[in-house]
Design a protein around this ligand. Structure first.
Ligand code: AMP
Ligand code: ZN
Length: 468
C-alpha cells in the first residue's frame, strides 16, 4: 500500500509500527458553529482511509479531537451571552449528527481539549525543563523554535525565510525571545475560561492540544497523522516540534493532507463567508450524495463545489443504488440451489473489479479510480443478471458490490420502511437494555436503527427519533 507522505513529498510503502495495527490521529473541527462542507472533506476522506485499512484486516485506532477552547468559541459565547461550554457542547452534538448523516464512523476516541488540560500542563513543564520552552514576562509560555533543529521538515520551510517573513510583521512590545517562537500557554483574560498552571493561570495554545491528545490515546509515535493541507503550517509543524522535543521520539511516520474544497477556485472557509454548512446541503441531498461527490476526486486534489457537480454526483450515485436494489429484488425471487458453471465463471470475471478497486486504493487511496471500478461492476451487473439467475450467483455479486461500497462508506440499499410502531418497539427494548446496564445490547439496537435509517436523540424528555 502506498501513501503520499507530506514529510518526504513522495509516495511511500506503508509499514505499520505494529503488524496489522494502524494508529491514526485526524485533527478535528473547532466547534463554534455548524461545520461546513470543507470541514467535512477530511472527515469523509480519512474515514474512507480507515475503512480501507479495516477491509484489509487492520485493527485501526482512530482518534479525532474536538477543539473546544478557542477565541472563536469565546466570542460566540459572549455574543450569545452564554458559556463556552454551552457553545462547544451544542456544536459537538450537531457535528456528530452531520457525521452520522455522512456515514462517518465515530472515532475510537473523540477527545475534548478541555478534558486534557493536565496532560498539556505536563507536556509544557517537560518542554520548560528540557529548555525548549520559556515563560515570558506576562506569563505566556513560548516554544523556543530555533532550539528544535528539524523545525520546518514537514512544511519544507527554511527558518531564515520564515524569520524574514516575521520581521515584516513584527509587532512592537513582543515578549518573545525570537519572532519564530509560538505560544504553548496564554495568560487568562477577563471573561475567558482559564485553568490553574504552575506558570500562570490561563489556557492552552491550539497546537499543544493535538500533541497531548495524540500521545495520550495513541502513544509517542503514531502511524498516520492527518488533516487538511492548511494545517501543514504552522499547526502540524508545531505539533512535531512540541511532541518530538518533549517525547524524544518520532511523532508520526506518515503525514496525510487533503486538498481544499473550493468554491470558484477559492478555499471554502468561514472567514471568507463562501461556505455551505453540511446541514444546508442535507436539506437538498442525501448525505450519501455529498460523500460520493467528495470521493469522486482524489483526496489530494482541489475539489470545486458547484450545484452542477452535485447533480452529477446525485445521478451517478443513483445508478449504483438502482443496480444494488434491482439485484436485491432478484435475490429475493432467485432460485435456490447450486449456481451453474456459467454463473460461477461470470462471478469469477466480476472479481476483476475488486482487483481494480484494490489497486486504486493501494495507490495512495485513489478513490476516483476506485469509484470507476464500482461503475464498471454496476455495468457488469446490469448486463449479466436477470430474474432467471440462481440466488447463489446473485448473492455473490451483491456481496462483492457491498464489500466495495462499504469501503467507500456508501449505503447502496434504502432501508425497508419501518413502521413507527416497530421503531418504538426497538427503542423500548433499548431503554430496557440500558436500565439493565446491558450497554452492548443498547448500542447494538441503536446501530440496527441507524442502519435502518432511524436516528435517535437522547433528551431530558426521553428518546426522540427521526428518519434520516
Ligand atoms: P478548522 O475547524 O478550521 O480547524 O478545520 C477542521 C478541518 O477541516 C481541518 O482539517 C481543516 O484543514 C479542514 N478544512 C477546513 N476548510 C477546508 C476546505 N475548504 N477544504 C478542505 N478541508 C478544509
Ligand atoms: Zn491538530
Amino acid at each position: 500500500m502506498k501513501i503520499f507522505n507530506t514529510l518526504s513529498r513522495s509516495k511511500e510503502d506503508f509499514k505499520p509500527i505494529e503488524e496489522n495495527k494502524v494508529s491514526m490521529y485526524v485533527c478535528g473541527p473547532t466547534v463554534y458553529n455548524y461545520i461546513h462542507i470543507g470541514n467535512a472533506r477530511p472527515m469523509i476522506v480519512f474515514d474512507t482511509v480507515r475503512r480501507y485499512f479495516m477491509y484489509k484486516g487492520y485493527d485501526v485506532n482512530y482518534v479525532s479531537n474536538f477543539t473546544d477552547v478557542d477565541d472563536k468559541i469565546i466570542k460566540a459565547a459572549n455574543e450569545e451571552g452564554t458559556t463556552s461550554d454551552e457553545i462547544s457542547g451544542r456544536y459537538i452534538d450537531e457535528c456528530k449528527k452531520d457525521m452520522e448523516s455522512l456515514n462517518i464512523m465515530p472515532a475510537t476516541t473523540h477527545p475534548l481539549a478541555t478534558n486534557e488540560i493536565d496532560g498539556m500542563i505536563h507536556m509544557i513543564e517537560t518542554l520548560v525543563e528540557k529548555g525548549y520552552a520559556y515563560r515570558a514576562g506576562d506569563g505566556t509560555v513560548y516554544f523556543r523554535t530555533r532550539k528544535f533543529a528539524p523545525y520546518g521538515k514537514l512544511s519544507h520551510k527554511n527558518l531564515d525565510d520564515l524569520e524574514a517573513g516575521h520581521r515584516d510583521i513584527k509587532v512592537t512590545g513582543d515578549l518573545k525571545e525570537d519572532p519564530l517562537d509560538f505560544v504553548l500557554w496564554k495568560p487568562k483574560k477577563e471573561g475567558e475560561p482559564f485553568w490553574e498552571s504552575p506558570r500562570c493561570d490561563g489556557r492552552p495554545g491550539w497546537h499543544i492540544e493535538c500533541s497531548v491528545m495524540a500521545k495520550r490515546y495513541l502513544g509517542d509515535t503514531i502511524d498516520i497523522h492527518a488533516g487538511g493541507e492548511d494545517l501543514i503550517f504552522p499547526h502540524h509543524e508545531n505539533e512535531i516540534a512540541q511532541s518530538e522535543a518533549a517525547n524524544g521520539a518520532e511523532f508520526a511516520r506518515y503525514w496525510m493532507h487533503n486538498g481544499f474544497l473550493n468554491i470558484d477556485n477559492r478555499k471554502m472557509s468561514k472567514s471568507l463567508g463562501n461556505f455551505f454548512t453540511v446541514r444546508e446541503i442535507l436539506d437538498k441531498y442525501d448525505g450519501q450524495v455529498l460523500r460520493f461527490f467528495m470521493l469522486s476526486a482524489h483526496y489530494r486534489s482541489p475539489l470545486n463545489f458547484s450545484a452542477d457537480l452535485m447533480e452529477a454526483a446525485k445521478s451517478g450515485f443513483e445508478r449504483i443504488v438502482t443496480a444494488a436494489e434491482t439485484l436485491s429484488d432478484r435475490i429475493e425471487n432467485g432460485a435456490e440451489g447450486v449456481m451453474s458453471s456459467e454463473e460461477a465463471d461470470l462471478l469469477e470475471q466480476a472479481d476483476r473489479y475488486r482487483v481494480k478497486f484494490e489497486e486504486a486504493m493501494e495507490d495512495d487511496f485513489n478513490t476516483a479510480d476506485a469509484v470507476s471500478a464500482v461503475f464498471e461492476l454496476v455495468k457488469f451487473i446490469n448486463s449479466n443478471t436477470t430474474g432467471e439467475h440462481m440466488k447463489a450467483y446473485l448473492q455473490g455479486l451483491a456481496e462483492l458490490m457491498d464489500s466495495l461500497t462499504d469501503v467507500l462508506g456508501l449505503k447502496t440499499r434504502r432501508a425497508k420502511e419501518l413502521l413507527d410502531s416497530e421503531v418504538e418497539d426497538l427503542i423500548a427494548q433499548r431503554t430496557a437494555a440500558r436500565k439493565n446496564k446491558d450497554f452492548a445490547r443498547a448500542d447494538e439496537i441503536r446501530d440496527q436503527l441507524i442502519d435502518m435509517g432511524i436516528a435517535l436523540e437522547d433528551t431530558r424528555e426521553g428518546v426522540k427519533w427521526k428518519r434520516i
